[in-house]
Design a protein around this ligand. Structure first.
Ligand code: NAD
Length: 501
């Protein structure tokens, strides 16, 4: 039986504050919210609960920095140097970052470390991209040259979720800042701890004051005020599809630029000719890594009937061996879910699954973990497509397995949800793999692979999983205006109105 314990990192701040115009500050009205340790569910710190007034101050600071121009007009090489320094510092502070992230989110420490490395890589990638980037020019011989004058847009509002918070913040911060914008970041209220690290990192790397601003708080208050602020022309949001709809509606009166990375219920499709060992290892990792709190989790596994029984048996046996443990222990593979509210939601799906499918692994709290948000890796087989556990995003260590007989049926099952974020196809048939990949309704497809993404590729979902794509040049496109400049080289080319007789 495991010893009940929690590891509190040394030198935690006394409270979580906003960071506006280069200073850590409380909310204007002094309001705070509780932040919970997911291993004990005890409140360990208070976070500043930002409201409209705090957002107004942050946006004013960001706008002033943008207009003052030391960052927005800096040469790409100057910005690139700062971004590389940011990446260096994130790497140097990797263990502290992972320690805080694990403590705040309940993610296993080994996985928090990898997310920290990815955060550094996001900055390095955009540091390189902005100095290598060229813009289009078009020549009409003897008549015109047209070129694209790419410009930063202004103040970008960045709203992020609680799963892998620091990494997902880097995903937006890096391209927004690389392209010369100023930002106001509103991190998720469940996990605000690591976001405060950005302030020190950016200061040390030489980012001018006011370019980065952070306002903590509740989504419906701080997030809402940011979305509705008339001087924030861009909103990049990652979170639930339902929240995305609200933000979409609230942005409409201002016709804001929106990028939305939303929920998922991604299928992994395993054909009989696949390498079963590799498919099992990948699909176990695909849904149980990051505690299953992963937007691209392969949370529905569709398996060809001829290998179905063997697959289910081996999968269930392996899921039972996945090590649930305290987040700070290096052997832990699944830690504690982020928050008791989320734990209750996932547990309600576990209970529902018992009537909708056949429970073959997990199904409750792991033995010895009577407190905190721990759930056994849970596997349901024979799940019909009408089941809610087949259709709805659970966002925890819970997977539904369903058999299929033909490729057509597999495709129909794969596409039979409102989501369309990722798909994973397991087969050794070359034609089928490509045909299936191209037909499946998903923004991203991996063939015979887990979710391993080259940062140059588009990231995004279709259907209820998102709007627009980020990743590589697409992020640069989102965070910049492409002004077309047309230069006349020849005769002025237009009919003359009002000509003298
Ligand atoms: P959420 O939608 O509840 O919250 C996300 C952020 O939005 C938080 O910062 C929250 O405070 C803020 N927010 C909430 N209501 C708001 C409002 N009315 N106006 C403005 N901001 C508001 O999502 P979550 O529970 O934090 O995150 C989990 C979800 O995120 C899952 O659905 C997951 O699939 C999704 N996600 C998607 C991706 C992707 O890239 N597609 C990546 C990670 C997570």
């Amino acid at each position: 039986m495991p010893q009940y314990e929690t590891r509190v990192p040394a030198e935690l701040p006394d409270k979580i504050q906003h960071y506006i115009d280069g200073e850590f500050v409380d909310s204007a009205d002094g309001d705070t919210f509780d932040v919970i340790n997911p291993v004990t569910n005890e409140t360990y710190i208070q976070g500043a609960a930002g409201k409209k007034e705090d957002i107004d101050r942050a946006v004013a600071a960001a706008k002033r920095a943008f207009e003052e121009g030391s960052w927005s007009s800096a040469l790409p090489r100057e910005r690139s140097r700062v971004l590389h320094r940011i990446a260096d510092i994130v790497e140097e502070r990797g263990s502290r970052l992972a320690e805080l992230e694990t403590f705040d989110t309940g993610l296993p420490i080994t996985q928090a470390r990898s997310q920290g490395k990815r955060a550094a890589e996001n900055f390095r990638f955009f540091a390189d991209l902005i100095v290598a980037q060229a813009d289009d020019t078009y020549k009409v011989p003897g008549r015109q040259i047209n070129y694209v004058n790419r410009k930063p847009i202004g103040v970008a509002g960045l709203i992020t979720p609680w799963n892998t918070p620091f990494m997902l913040e880097s995903w937006k911060l890096a391209p927004a800042i690389a392209t010369g914008n100023s930002v106001v970041l509103k991190p998720a209220e469940f996990t605000p701890l690591s976001a405060g690290l950005w302030a020190g990192i950016f200061e040390e790397a030489g980012l001018p004051t006011g370019v980065f601003n952070l306002v903590n708080g509740i989504g419906e208050q701080a997030g809402d005020a940011l979305v509705k602020h008339p001087e924030v022309p861009l909103i990049s949001f990652t979170g639930e599809s339902k929240t995305g709809q609200i933000i979409f509606a609230n942005s409409a009166p201002h016709l804001k630029g929106l990028s939305m990375e939303l929920g998922g219920k991604s299928p992994a499709i395993v054909f009989a000719d696949a390498d079963m060992e590799a498919a099992i290892n990948a699909t176990i990792f695909g849904v149980f890594s990051l505690n299953g709190e992963r937007c691209t989790a392969g949370s529905r596994i569709l398996v060809e009937r001829s290998i179905y029984d063997e697959f289910v048996e081996r999968y269930a046996a392996q899921a039972k061996r996945v090590k649930v443990g305290f987040p700070h222990e290096s052997a832990t593979e699944v830690g504690a879910l982020v928050h008791p509210e989320h734990f209750e939601k996932v547990m309600s799906y576990v209970e529902l699954g018992k009537s909708e499918g056949r429970l073959v692994a997990g199904g409750g709290r792991p033995e010895g973990f009577e407190d905190g948000n721990f759930i056994e890796p849970t596997v349901f087989a024979d799940v019909p497509p009408t089941a809610r556990i087949f259709q709805e995003e659970i966002f925890g260590p819970v997977v539904a397995i369903t058999p299929f007989d033909t490729e057509e049926e597999a495709l129909q099952l794969a596409n039979d949800t409102k989501y369309g974020l990722a798909a994973y196809v397991w087969t050794n048939d070359l034609k089928r793999s490509h045909n299936f990949a191209q037909a499946v309704e998903a923004g991203m497809v991996w063939l015979n692979s887990n979710n391993v993404r080259d940062l140059r590729t588009p990231f995004g979902g279709v259907k209820a999983s998102g709007l627009g794509h980020e990743g590589g040049y697409r992020s640069i496109d989102f965070y910049t205006d492409q002004q077309a400049v047309h230069i006349n080289l020849g005769e002025v080319h237009n009919p003359v109105f009002g000509k003298a007789d």
